[in-house]
Design a protein around this ligand. Structure first.
Ligand code: SF4
Length: 453
């Protein structure tokens, strides 16, 4: 099970000076089209600075409040898991044809594996409590990822040193926007001081390009200072960088030992926008999917998510004759849903819960409560599965996983069409339980080919 936590939630001003909503606090502007209408990165992040005007950095929640929320979420997930391992798991095993020995391994893993906590954003390194929160979460037995831009390693030596004392298990950075192999090799060949100089040349409104330089700097800083975290590079794959993913993967693997890459197609469904791939880029993307299936099976430098790549491959096989349909599917439309597949009942799909800001319609006054601490989805601004109330008990969390998400989605007038976010798809049961039913048979055939069952 897992938790993706938007730790950088703040109050945001509205036209009424006494009334606020919750907004995302970030220091990057990751948009597809810049304020000057010029092309920027291959995707738009809802936490971008230009999409969150009037946010108040000083209103970040204190660590004490966040730790109480975390304790409720961990306890609630465990309660939900115990319940789901009854009839829901039996039905899942039947529907997805798991052999008894595999079902035993999966249920033991769900019972015993530590919960993963992905400290996420907006930009989580802007939250003053981040290092002590990582330490507390690890003391609670969680596996902790810090998914961050890495900018703070450039400007705050004390932050880096504090992380050395309390390292997250994984430091996850972003490499979405590097022009070509020569530029990547060039950046990897720079010293830490030279990387800081190079950073100054990147346009300030081009968050994805800034993050790439920050990421190389953070990786080199981690190497030079002995940070014990594993390194992971997320790559949002879009038509502009599709051709570079292979070479970037091998360059990173040769330059940074023990690194893993985590590429995934740019997601647009939660923005209620069509997919961004034309017929040519879809053909390249399918080749990339085949490549990452092989890399996963052969223990290449990739995050091990065979279920994820097989889901994408099944979508390519089923929808390949219609490029518009396939583009939409790979960009999130219908391919997978955290709230399961049209059932009012609990499913295993939602076992990677998200916590963060409340719905944009929820207005508050200064001093009402600390911002954040809502169960919901970071990506879907319509708030399909987002609670307007904050977390107050473990029971509330388990109810959310055991049918609350489905109830919220059922009541939504514009429910999220889906996404293929690899972290949220997470593992076999989660992916399969939320998967587009049309691709299921093909997926199961691929699973037999590549996983043996
Ligand atoms: S399917 Fe769920 S997790 Fe994915 S974007 Fe939509 S609401 Fe969020």
């Amino acid at each position: 099970m897992g938790i993706q936590w938007n730790l950088a939630v703040v109050l945001q001003r509205t036209v009424d000076p006494a009334i606020f909503r919750e907004g995302a606090f970030c220091d990057h502007n990751c948009v597809a089209v810049g304020p000057d209408s010029g092309t920027r990165g291959g995707y738009t992040c809802p936490a971008s600075t230009s999409l969150n005007p009037g946010v108040i950095g000083k209103s970040l929640p204190p660590a004490e409040a966040v730790i109480i929320w975390l304790e409720h979420v961990v306890a609630g997930l465990n309660e939900a898991r115990d319940s789901l391992l009854g009839d829901v798991f039996v039905e899942y095993v039947r529907q997805f044809g798991l052999p008894a020995n595999v079902a035993e391994v999966v249920s033991s893993s769900l019972r015993a594996d530590p919960i993963e906590l992905n400290c996420f954003g907006a930009n989580p390194e802007l939250w003053p409590g981040i290092v002590s929160f990582i330490a507390t979460a690890k003391e609670m037995g969680l596996v902790v990822n810090l998914t961050t831009t890495g900018k703070r390693f450039m400007r705050d030596e004390a932050f880096g040193q504090a992380l050395i004392a309390q390292p997250p298990n994984v430091l996850a950075l972003s490499l979405d926007e590097v022009e070509d192999e020569a530029r990547l090799q060039f950046l990897l060949g720079l010293s830490l001081v030279e990387l800081k100089r190079e950073y100054q040349k990147v346009p300030r409104d081009f968050g994805q390009a800034q993050k790439a330089v920050e990421a190389i700097h953070a990786a080199r800083w981690a190497e030079a200072n002995g940070l014990a975290s594993k390194l992971l590079f997320n790559m949002v794959v879009h038509p502009g960088n599709l051709g570079s993913v292979y070479s970037f993967t091998s360059i990173l693997a040769s330059e940074l030992p023990n690194v893993r890459v985590n590429p995934y197609p740019a997601q647009t469904a939660f923005l209620r926008q069509p997919g961004c791939f034309d017929a040519h880029s879809l053909a390249l993307l399918e080749e990339l999917v085949d490549y990452f299936i092989k890399q996963t099976v052969n223990d290449g430098p990739v995050v091990r998510r065979l279920h994820y790549w097989l889901m994408l491959k099944a979508a390519c096989l089923i929808y390949g004759a219609d490029s518009s349909l396939l583009s939409d599917e790979l960009s999130g439309h219908n391919i997978w849903r955290c709230y399961g597949r049209g059932s009012k009942h609990a499913s295993l799909a939602g076992l990677y819960v998200q916590v963060g800001q409340g719905p944009s319609s929820k207005l508050v006054q200064m001093g009402d409560s600390h911002p954040g601490g809502h169960l919901g989805c970071f990506w879907d601004e319509q708030g399909t599965v987002t609670h307007s109330g904050q977390i107050i008990s473990s029971g509330q969390v388990s109810e959310y996983v055991l049918g609350g998400m489905q109830t919220l989605a059922g009541a939504s007038k514009d429910a999220c069409p889906g996404c293929a976010m690899p972290r949220l798809c997470f593992n076999g049961p989660t992916t399969e339980s939320g998967m587009d039913p049309v691709i299921k048979v093909t997926y199961l055939e691929l699973r037999r080919q590549h996983a043996g069952f």
